[in-house]
Every structure is written in C-alpha cells, then in structure tokens.
Write a protein that binds this ligand. Structure first.
Ligand code: NAP
Ligand code: GDD
Length: 325
C-alpha cells in the first residue's frame, strides 16, 4: 500500500517541525505549506534533519487558491493546520492581520479540504488562550471560553469553524486545545525561550540583565515533542472530537526563571528587571489544564516535567550561544 500523505501548515514553526519529524518517522509523505519569506525559516527542519525529506509547497493561509493547490498537489489524507500569527503580544499591534491569518486562515484551510477532499482528516491548533479569564480552576473541554487577546479571539473563531465544519459538512475535523508547550526550537519571543537564551548569555558574559513583564502569571507548560503526538492521535480516532492537551501542573513565570538560572548556578533575583514595556493590555493570569479526556480516550500523557524541559532548553542555548561568532 502507498504511504499516506499529510499536509502541514506552519511547518516552519516549532510544532510544524516536530510534527513533520514524527510523521516522517511513521512513514508518511509529508508536505508543508511554505510562505515565502526573505529570511531562512527552515532552520528548525534542518535542526531535526528532515528539511530534505519534507516537500514544501508555496502558499499562504490568506490565499485560498494556494491552499487548494497544496491540497491537490499533496493528495493529503491528513491536514494539520498549525500556521498562525501565534504571538499573543503582537496580536494587539496587528489585530487585523492576526484575525486574517489565525482566524480566517483556518477557515480557508477548511474550505480547501472541503473542496478538494472532504474525506481528509483535519486538525486545528486551538489554544488554552481561548480560556483567557478562566471560568474554572482547571480548564477542560467543558469550560466556557473568555478570550482576552485578539489572538485568543481569532483562535476561538477558528475553533468554532472547525466544529461547524464537523457538524454541517460531516468532516473529520478535530481541535486540540493545547496548553503552552515549549522546546529548544521555541521562538525567541516567547517567555521560556527568552529566559533560557538570556540565562545562557548572562552565564557566558554576553548579557547583563533580563527584562521581563508580568512574572506573576502562571502557565501549564509542557514539551512540544509530547504535544505533536497528541495531534496525530486525534486524527487516528474513528470520530473527530476536541481535546485538552496539558500537563495538569501550573507554575509562575518567576519560578520558571528560578529553575532556569539555578541550572547554571545563578540567582534570578540578581538579573531579572521588571519592564512595563512587556506588560500586556489584558493578561491571562493563570492557565491550568485538565487532560483527563486525552489521557482516557487517546492514551496520551505528558512525559516531561517543567524542570526537565527548562534544563533541556538552557543546555541547548548554552551550546548555541557558545558557538556564536
Ligand atoms: P510558531 O512557531 O509561531 O509557528 C507558526 C507558523 O505559522 C510558522 O511556520 C509561520 O511561518 C506560519 N505562518 C505565519 N503566518 C502565515 C501565513 N500567513 N501563511 C502561512 N503560514 C504562516 O507556532 P507554534 O508554537 O509552532 O504553534 C503552532 C500552532 O499551535 C499555532 O497555530 C499556535 O497558535 C498554536 N498553539 C501553540 C501553542 C504553543 O504553546 N506553542 C499552544 C496552543 C496553540 P514562518 O516561519 O514563515 O513565519
Ligand atoms: N513573551 C513574553 N515576554 N512573555 C512575558 C514576558 C516577556 O518579556 N514577561 C512576562 N511574560 C508573561 C506573559 O505576560 C504571559 O503571561 C506569560 O509570560 C507567557 O507568555 P508567552 O510565552 O508569550 O506565551 P502565551 O501564554 O502568551 O502564549 C503562548 O501560549 C498559548 C497557549 O496558551 C503562545 O504559544 C500562543 O500561541 C499559545 O496559544
């Protein structure tokens, strides 16, 4: 039997790279939507050694015709929509772009799937940001949403569109409501990577302080490598559904910093400077997921605790910074 084909939007991002590697290891032909950029965006695929194995298709989430072409070219039976303007902070500066890429972009992918092959299975990268001002202490699939950022609102639109295509077109369309997940391939703008990169620079004498915003907020942080496994498992189910994917533990940004600095023998209190520039117009104070449904129905479980994750990221940044010329 011929290998299955999968199409990933956002293949150059953190999750796209880990998912591409996972699917290639499972024998899939992996196609990735690749938006043309003037800079090299393939470094994560290169890092995981899959750059020459994935087949890149030019396209953009805002261009439906390019998505239809990508569906036709890939003949994908599984489509993972990971592409997005995914940085919450930027979504206040570029709310319209965020709505178009992160919200309507998902609708464009759903339309391309419906038009070219409505039997293909679809995964939407939903997010714990949709819980925003949390309505329950532990957030599950049943918890009401209250998004607090233009990003969270765009994602909520995409989330409900996914449900709508499942209910009105009978498509196998699932949403993973993923809580924060990180790795050495995390973008530098997100707080964990900003911290682990700074720790490496401070330890090596290349930086003297770390400027942060609200370090009292709490997040449920897991390892991206674990979370892409959950995406794949969702598309292997007989019925499409929505799943919370989380560790079930929450930690302040402050304690995450402490873990990172302590790993190289430094005291975070001596280096962290609070800078109001990094405060958000509306904050999500705390996120804590209840992954019981994913554990019971998918057999999925987070394998990496925060200390292991952060020390892995600090070690990777120590190496990366030491190799800089
Ligand atoms: P990421 O590293 O920021 O990657 C985003 C990807 O989207 C990149 O490949 C980017 O391409 C692509 N993209 C941006 N604008 C595009 C456009 N107009 N057309 C096509 N592609 C475009 O994000 P991530 O951390 O891997 O997250 C993957 C998905 O999960 C995102 O949808 C994110 O919102 C969602 N999510 C993430 C988390 C998390 O904690 N990581 C949690 C919940 C949900 P370029 O490289 O060319 O810019
Ligand atoms: N980025 C950043 N930079 N965040 C800071 C800083 C800083 O200097 N200082 C404090 N923080 C706080 C933010 O205010 C927020 O409360 C927390 O650190 C985490 O910020 P991010 O790492 O930027 O992640 P996020 O939770 O806003 O969003 C991420 O997770 C979502 C899932 O809940 C992103 O990956 C989203 O795409 C994802 O949907």
């Amino acid at each position: 039997m011929a290998n299955k084909s999968a199409l990933i939007t956002g293949i150059t991002g953190q999750d796209g790279a880990y998912l591409a590697k996972l699917l290639i290891d499972k024998g899939y032909n992996v196609f990735g939507l690749h938006a043309r950029r003037s800079t090299n965006t393939l470094w994560r695929l290169q890092h995981l050694g899959v750059e020459s194995t994935v087949q890149l298709v030019e396209g953009d989430l805002m261009d439906l015709s390019s998505l239809i072409r990508a569906m036709e070219k890939s003949q994908a039976c599984e489509v993972y929509n990971l592409g997005a303007q995914s940085f919450v902070g930027t979504s206040w500066d570029q709310p319209v772009l965020t709505a178009q890429v992160t919200g309507v972009g998902a609708l464009n992918v759903l339309e391309a799937v419906r038009i070219v092959n409505a039997k293909a299975r679809f995964y939407q990268a939903s997010t714990s940001e949709m819980f925003g001002l949390i309505q329950e202490e532990k957030q599950s699939e049943e918890t009401p949403f209250y998004p607090r950022s233009p990003y969270g609102i765009a994602k909520l639109y995409a989330h409900w569109m996914t449900i709508n295509y499942r209910e009105s077109h009978g498509m196998h369309a699932s949403s993973g409501i993923l809580f924060n997940h990180e790795s050495p391939l995390r973008g530098i703008e997100f707080v964990t990577r900003k911290v682990t990169d700074a720790v490496a620079r401070i330890k090596q004498g290349k930086q003297h302080e770390l400027r942060l915003g609200n370090i009292d907020s709490k997040r449920d942080w897991g390892f991206a490598g674990d979370y892409v496994e959950a995406m794949w498992l969702m598309l292997q189910q007989d019925l499409a559904d929505d799943f919370v994917v989380a560790t079930g533990q929450t930690t302040t940004v402050r304690d995450m910093c402490r873990i990172a600095f302590e790993h190289v023998g430094l005291d975070h209190d001596k280096f962290v400077v609070i800078d109001p520039k990094f405060y958000r117009p509306a904050e999500v104070d705390v996120l804590l997921g209840n992954p019981a449904k994913a554990i019971n129905k998918l057999g999925w479980r987070a394998t990496t605790d925060l200390t292991t994750l952060i020390t892995m990221m600090v070690d990777a940044d120590m190496k990366r910074v030491s190799q800089e010329v």
